[in-house]
Design a protein around this ligand. Structure first.
Ligand code: ATP
Length: 392
C-alpha cells in the first residue's frame, strides 16, 4: 500500500520560557511506494519516532495529512488503520506463551472479522513460521533469547496482516551479531510479505543496508530522500555527508581560489572535477591525472571559504600528490588498509583514508601525500553547509 505524507508537522507545546515549543516534525512531504522498505534515519531527537507515531495514529499531527492508497487516514483511530507496530522493547506479555503473545491482537477482532480459536492458532503459526520461531510456540518470553523475543514481536505485528509495518529501532536491544542477522531476516520477511514498511533507526549502516529508500532527518526537517547509494554518492549538504559512511567523511576547512579547491596552502583539486561522476574515467585519472568536467563553474569561482569533504575512499597515495598529511599510523584490514593522518585544516580528531593494501604506503616516513579522486570530493558552503558543486 502506498503511504503519502503531506506537509506533516508536529509541534509540542513548551512548559515555559526555559522549555520552549518543540517542532518535532516540520513540513514533511513524502510518498512511499507500495511494497517498499523506507529507512527513517537521523540523530536522536530529530523527529523519527514522532513521524512514526503520527503514521500509526498514536499521535495527532498539528498540521498535514497522512494518506493510505490515497485515502485520508489522518483522523482514523490507530486500530482501524491496519498498521503493525514493532518497538525497541519487545513488550511481550511475560505470563503468556509465544503462541498466546502472537495471537493476542487477533482476540480484539470483532464483528465479521472475529476469528475462531482454530483460525487464530493457524494464523499465529503462519506468522511464527515466517519469522522462524514456530518450534518455540509453548515457551514463555523469559525462555527466549533477545533475538527470538524480537521475532515474536514481529510475528505479533504481522499476524493481523497489516497494510503498513512500522518498526521503531527494532534491533537496538540486540548484540552486534544478532543485529546483523535480524536485519537480514527483517529484509527477507518484508520482501516475502511485500508489506510497505517504515523502519526507524539512528544507525546509518543499518538504514543503508536494509532500505530501498532512506530519509535523512535533522531537527524535524527532512534533509534528503533517495536510494541509499545515491544519497551517499550525492549528499546535498554537509549534515547528510557527515551522517552517512563509516569511517565518516573527512572534512577540511578550505577555500575556492581561481578555479581550484585549496586546503591550507595547497591546490588539491580542480573545481571542474567536482562535477565528475564517481567511477567514470577513474582508471585514466588514476594513471595520469586526466582532467574532467566542463570547467563551466570554475571560472565563476572567487575566493570563497568552504568546507571540503573527502570520503575515506577518495584518496590515492601519490608521492607528488598535492595534499600532504602527517602520518600517524596504519591499520591493516586485509584487502584494504586504513591510514590515519593529521592536517592543520582537518576538522576532527584524525583523517582516516582507506587505500588498497597493495598501494605501497611507506610507514617509515612522517608524511603521506595524496591525490584526490573525482566523485569523492564535495564542497559545502561555510555558512549554510549546502553543497556548492556537482549536485546530481
Ligand atoms: P530518538 O532516536 O532519541 O528516539 P527521535 O528522532 O525518534 O529520537 P522524537 O522522539 O521524534 O525523536 O522527538 C523529536 C523531538 O520532539 C525531541 O526534541 C523530543 O524532545 C520532542 N518530543 C517528543 N515527544 C514529545 C512530547 N510528548 N512532548 C514534548 N516534546 C516531545
Amino acid at each position: 500500500m502506498k503511504v503519502t505524507i503531506k506537509n506533516l508537522t508536529k509541534r509540542f507545546p513548551g512548559r515555559g520560557r526555559k522549555d520552549p515549543e518543540t517542532v518535532a516534525v516540520n513540513d514533511f512531504d513524502f510518498e512511499i511506494p507500495s511494497g517498499e522498505l523506507v529507512g527513517l534515519l537521523g540523530p536522536s531527537g530529530c523527529g523519527k519516532s514522532t513521524t512514526l507515531l503520527m503514521i500509526c495514529g498514536l499521535l495527532t499531527p498539528t498540521e498535514g495529512k497522512i494518506l493510505f492508497d490515497g485515502e485520508d487516514v489522518t483522523d482514523v483511530p490507530p486500530e482501524d488503520r491496519g498498521v503493525g507496530l514493532v518497538f525497541q522493547n519487545y513488550a511481550l506479555y511475560p505470563h503468556m506463551t509465544v503462541e498466546q503473545n502472537i495471537m493476542f491482537p487477533l482476540g480484539n477482532l470483532r464483528g465479521q472479522d472475529k476469528l475462531s480459536k482454530e483460525e487464530m492458532k493457524s494464523r499465529a503459526l503462519e506468522a511464527a513460521k515466517l519469522v522462524q520461531i514456530d518450534s518455540l510456540m509453548d515457551r514463555r518470553p523469559k525462555e527466549l533469547s533477545g533475538g527470538q523475543q524480537q521475532r515474536v514481536a514481529i510475528a505479533r505485528a504481522l499476524v493481523k496482516m497489516p497494510r503498513v509495518l512500522l518498526m521503531d529501532e527494532p534491533l537496538s536491544n540486540l548484540d552486534a551479531r544478532l543485529r546483523l542477522q535480524t536485519r537480514v531476516e527483517i529484509r527477507r520477511i518484508q520482501r516475502e510479505t511485500g508489506i510497505t514498511t517504515i523502519f526507524v533507526t539512528h544507525d546509518q549502516e543499518e538504514a543503508m543496508s536494509i532500505s530501498d529508500t532512506i530519509v535523512v532527518m535533522e531537527a524535524g526537517v527532512v534533509q534528503q530522500i533517495g536510494k541509499p547509494q545515491d544519497v551517499y554518492d550525492d549528499p546535498h549538504n554537509l549534515f547528510v555527508a557527515k551522517f552517512l559512511g563509516t569511517p565518516p567523511i573527512n572534512v577540511f576547512e578550505g577555500s575556492l581560489k581561481g578555479g581550484k579547491v585549496v586546503i591550507g596552502q595547497s591546490e588539491v583539486f580542480d573545481i571542474a572535477d567536482l562535477e565528475a561522476d564517481a567511477g567514470t574515467d577513474d582508471e585514466r585519472f588514476r594513471s595520469g591525472g586526466v582532467k574532467k568536467g566542463s570547467g563551466r563553474k570554475a571560472s565563476e569561482a572567487g575566493d570563497i571559504p568552504v568546507w571540503v569533504g573527502i570520503r575515506p575512499e577518495g584518496f590515492y597515495i601519490d608521492e607528488n600528490g598535492p595534499l600532504a598529511c602527517r602520518l600517524k599510523g596504519v591499520e591493516v584490514m586485509g584487502r584494504d588498509v586504513t591510514i590515519v593522518s593529521e592536517h592543520p585544516s582537518f576538522q576532527g580528531e584524525a583523517i582516516r583514508t582507506i587505500v588498497d593494501a597493495q598501494s605501497g604506503i611507506d610507514t617509515t616516513k612522517s608524511e603521506v601525500r595524496y591525490r584526490l579522486r573525482p566523485g569523492k570530493v564535495f564542497v559545502f558552503a561555510k555558512d549554510s553547509g549546502e553543497r556548492l558543486y556537482g549536485e546530481k
